[in-house]
Design a binder for this molecule. Sequence first.
Ligand SMILES: [Zn+2]
Length: 436
Amino acid sequence: MRRIAATVLILLGAFAPVWIIDWSHVPAGADYSDGSDVFRSPRFDSAYFAVDRSDLPPPAGSVLARRVKVKPGDTLAEILTQNRVSKNDAQAALAALTKVYNARNIKPGQEVEIAFVNFNTEAGNSFNRVTLHPSVQTEIHVRRDEDGGFTAEQTEKTIERRLHAVSGAIEESLYVSAIKLGVSANVLMDMIRMLSWDVDFQRDLHPGDRFEVMYERFYTDTGKFVRTGDVLFANLILNGKGHPIYRYADRSGQPDYYDAMGASARKALLKTPIDGAKISSTFGSRHHPILGYTTMHRGVDFAAPTGTPIFAAGDGMVEMRDRDGAYGNYIRIRHNGEYATAYAHMSRFEPRIARGVRVRQGQVIGYVGTTGRSTGPHLHFEVLQQNKQVNPMSVKMPVGTKLAGTDLDRFAQQRARIAATFDRLINPSAQIAANP
Ligand SMILES: [Zn+2]
């Protein structure tokens, strides 16, 4: 506050004759708070340019600047020329700018700072600098250089990483409760995606359950929030049982999430959900044996005798169990928000398997047959990623890995550090009491 008052005094002192002459034009609500060389006003109005008169001596070295918010449809050239930058200067500045930034990328709401030096000299010479803020981290300056031309420069602000921890009760849903406590939606989606291999968010959550999460938040050196980063730790406490996952980069540098024992949070899906079967038709376009023309085969066929048991490729919930046209007897299992698997042409379903039933990996769900559009007994198996069939043999399906050796040791250290940091952030007073 004291600095602001001093700034006002310096400005008033420097331009005392001018301010007195044009006092009536000083805009109401003018804001002088941006530092000793910056003048801000809500409008670019006559008070600012009252000094632009040849009969007054220039206030040597003074720089005055103002900020303009980009409005829809504005071009940078217009913004400059509408704010007293001459056409020639605007053109020269824009030409310099193209070396680091495409002026067409300015967006409504961004701030453009326009600065003048000795602005009561001839108008064409007073424009000194324009600064753009394409993102919170990035600043672009186009400055007048010694030759009278312009030079553009892009600077990245250093950003500071802070860890942020949240712990709370799950009331209506994890989503609603976490958002209420300020967890951003993208952090929450990451958390749900990683935990969804273990937890069925439709069924396993009950009122009274709790969640914990710790993630990165990035700030500029002036303390302005930039963005969230990675989730380092997440936990759901359901009926008193924790389901923690920890972020850990293995020795090859590949980051992933692991449970407390070092097992990958992503569970593997079986690529061959049937015992001792041979692939009889692969994924891709093929000449269809019944239809007689080339079609896209969106699954893998395994030839096996009628009655051979078919296993669930992974833990999940039976989303569909029905007679479905060309598919014949068909089951689809949802494994998480991203993956589902489907099984077709079954002779019969395993009796307990019905829509909505939870299955474990390897559990028998039905038996090979030749129902629907089929020339002989086989299992038609599909992997669906984001509800689209993908090639089960080449899709980068999750592999359920378990850390071992050095990686497991490093993981254990990382897990302990994460847990200690989380406790300290959630309960700072306990930490002070422990370390007086
Ligand atoms: Zn098939």
